[in-house]
Design a protein around this ligand. Structure first.
Ligand code: ZN
Length: 59
């Protein structure tokens, strides 16, 4: 399931929240309870550190 990261703009608390289907409501900070939260973009793609393209130097 998709997990969205949020960052509170009031206290700076960083938390994650699960979005269950069409449950797009107001997200509040679990720390201070403020609704001034900012959605962070989390990169799920984490894996091998392989080069995108290997170019062999040639003449
Ligand atoms: Zn907060």
């Amino acid at each position: 399931m998709p997990i969205f990261e949020y960052s509170c703009r009031k206290c700076g608390h960083h938390f994650e929240k699960l979005q269950k289907g069409a449950e797009a409501g107001v997200v509040t900070c679990p720390s201070c309870g403020s609704d001034q939260v900012k959605k962070e973009i989390s990169a799920f793609s984490s894996g091998n550190a392989a080069p995108a393209h290997s170019c062999s130097s040639g003449g």
